[in-house]
Design a binder for this molecule. Structure first.
Ligand code: RIB
Length: 314
């Protein structure tokens, strides 16, 4: 059987409303902000754009409202090369939004899920089957999901994608849990420190806690692989039970929004091409490093040519 080299993302699409502030406001306080912009975002959309810009055939399964944000987000994904045949435009419900406060190279996000939580597991299974019947998705494809859509739909989609032969990646962001039987269909879980603490009860702060958390995640996924992204400290995984760390890129941080999504999308694309775990982590780390030097979610996600030129210029 021919192995597919494709990535299919079941996930969220948001319009990001982003504003900079000197510091985060306290309860009941109004403070001055600046440099407001809107940009295409949503963890699912960002991961799909990262995979497509890395150069692999990418399919999005999602829902937006039948409104101007939904149209703009879909056009943006298509321009990046993502197939949006299975992005539904739903009447009577708005497109998801994320209100982002940027301060000191960090951010805080408030989500309004809108259409993102409307698609059911049945809808996702129907889309996956249609993609499989069209020969777009199957053995060797990589399926990616996160925590911004309905979680039972996400669990059903993960299980079905696995049965279709996909390598499944789950990014529990925002931090969330899956039913135990769905965790067992996860081939690779990728999450940051705080999500790791929420899922395993272990905050990875040093080699010992990182190793313990990775082992707990491997157990949760019934022998799957786990990768923890550690911001400025890079990313970590176990290879044959030995802790392996890939350092973060040394660069000026402008905006961290979508850095983790860039990491996951590029990782998924490299995995679809059959790269090793270490190589996937290296490519993902390089692309995420370039993304944090730019503003916004999808506008910051680089093409692979840009990543190579950036790496060579350093
Ligand atoms: O991970 C970054 C993304 O989280 C933003 O684009 C925002 O839409 C939220 O979903």
């Amino acid at each position: 059987m021919k192995r597919q080299q494709s990535v299919v993302v079941f996930g969220s699409m948001n319009m990001d409303l982003s504003v900079a502030c000197e510091r985060m406001p306290r309860a009941g306080e109004t403070i001055a902000g600046s440099d407001f912009f809107t940009a295409a975002g949503g963890k699912g959309g960002n991961q799909a754009v990262a995979a497509a810009r890395r150069g692999v055939a990418t399919y999005m399964i999602a829902a937006v409202g039948a409104d101007s944000f939904g149209d703009e987000l879909t056009r943006g994904l298509e321009a990046a090369g993502v197939d949006c045949t299975h992005v539904e435009h739903l009447a009577d419900i708005p497109t998801g939004t994320a209100t982002i406060l940027r301060s000191g190279g960090d951010n805080r996000i408030v989500l309004s899920a809108g259409a993102n939580t409307v698609r059911t597991g049945e809808d996702a299974v129907r889309s996956l089957d249609a993609l499989a019947a069209a020969g777009a998705v199957g053995m060797g494809s990589v399926f990616v999901a996160q925590g911004e859509c309905d979680l039972s739909a996400t669990a059903e989609a993960l299980v079905h994608a696995h049965r279709l032969g996909c390598f499944t990646i789950f990014n529990p962001a925002p931090a969330c849990q899956l039913p135990a039987e769905a965790w067992q269909e996860v081939d690779l879980v990728c999450l940051n420190e705080t999500e790791c603490e929420a899922v395993t009860g272990i905050l990875p702060v040093d080699d010992a806690s990182c190793t313990a958390a990775l082992r707990a995640l491997e157990q949760l996924t019934a022998g799957g692989t786990a990768v923890i992204t550690l911001g400025g400290a890079g990313s970590a995984a176990l290879i044959e039970d030995v802790l392996m760390q890939v350092p973060a890129q040394d660069c000026e941080v402008v905006d961290t929004t979508a850095a983790g999504d860039t990491y996951i999308g590029v990782f998924a694309a490299a995995r679809a091409e059959g790269e090793t775990l270490f190589e996937c982590m290296m490519q993902a780390s390089l692309a995420a490093g370039l993304a944090v030097t730019r503003l916004g979610a999808q506008p910051s996600i680089p093409t692979w040519d840009e990543v190579i030129r950036w790496a060579m210029s350093r």
